[in-house]
Design a protein. Sequence first.
Length: 342
Amino acid sequence: MASWQHRGSLQDLNICLPRILFLLALLGGVSSNKECLILQSAEGSTVSCHGPTEFPSSLPADTVHLSVEFSNLTELPAAALQGCPGLRELHLSSNCLQELFPGLLAPVPRLRILDLTRNALRSLPPGLFRTSAALSTLVLRENQLRAVGARWLQGLHALGHLDLAENRLRSLPVGLLASLGALHTLDLGHNLLESLPEGLLKGPRQLQRLHLEGNRLQKLGDGLLAPQPFLRVLFLNDNQLASVAAGSFRCLKQLDMLDLSNNSLSSTPPGLWAFLGRPTRDMQGGFDISHNPWVCNKDLVDLYRWLDANRHKMFSQNDTRCAGPEAVRGRRLLDVAGLRSL
Ligand SMILES: *[C@@H]1O[C@H](CO)[C@@H](O)[C@H](O)[C@H]1NC(C)=O
Ligand SMILES: *[C@@H]1O[C@H](CO)[C@@H](O)[C@H](O)[C@H]1NC(C)=O
Ligand SMILES: *[C@@H]1O[C@H](CO)[C@@H](O)[C@H](O)[C@H]1NC(C)=O
């Protein structure tokens, strides 16, 4: 008989489950370095394994929540999930997974959350999500993805939250999101994206949060955001944006937060700002246009007027300064705006 130790922490477990019954158990029972904690409730078992371990070789048949994290796993057995058809959450973050078996998820059609944060995935096998119609959250951040297939996400009709941040993506196929009607949160931040296909956001019906920060985007076209009138939060900071088309924000009737800081904007076209904030409505969050090389001449009159009306929602006011012309270099945009819009 191997002895077991209590090393896992309870913080990840849902301690609100009714009629909690603790059972510290050793799963698999072969090698002595396997440490998993099993928590049973009326809903089913929660299995949580941390630290150096192998994937548990047998799971309670009623497992609904499985975590094997911080374990440096390099692969999963092909039949890993065969024994737990009711699985709803699978947490595999902070391992070293390089690839997944195409049929991995076939036995668990009720899966709602899949978290693969901080692994070493370079691609996903085609068909991985063929049976994942219930999946609502898919987290692939901090992997090594270099490209995504246009059909990877096909059939994920319930997917609300997709996180592809901190990968190595340079481009995206136009149809990537086509079947993701339920998507509300999309994180593409901190990749190597230089441009996005104009039709990328056709598909989701109610996108609310879009993260594009930390890429290499150089321009924003009229069409990208047009399909998403319910967008509330938009991060475009830390890119190389030098131009934003006049109609880019035209459909954004609900935008509450806009971050354009740390780009290469020296000017914006007339009409761009009219669709956001006052006089129509207050942005609930605010906006940030700091750390751009603004050229504070008459071409900015439109922005000056808008700033004056929306200054109460402006972040980083002291870091939003003119880079030119010479006479006003280093002055705060807000102060120049106040003078010019009088
Ligand atoms: C995982 O690998 C990292 C880097 O090699 C190491 O620092 C860490 O201790 C390992 N973790 C476990 C649980 O073995
Ligand atoms: C600006 O963005 C670049 C990446 O595009 C980043 O490396 C840099 O730290 C950012 N600077 C500031 C002041 O945030
Ligand atoms: C902005 O700068 C002014 C003076 O230039 C200073 O009085 C004020 O405290 C600064 N505000 C912030 C938020 O740093």
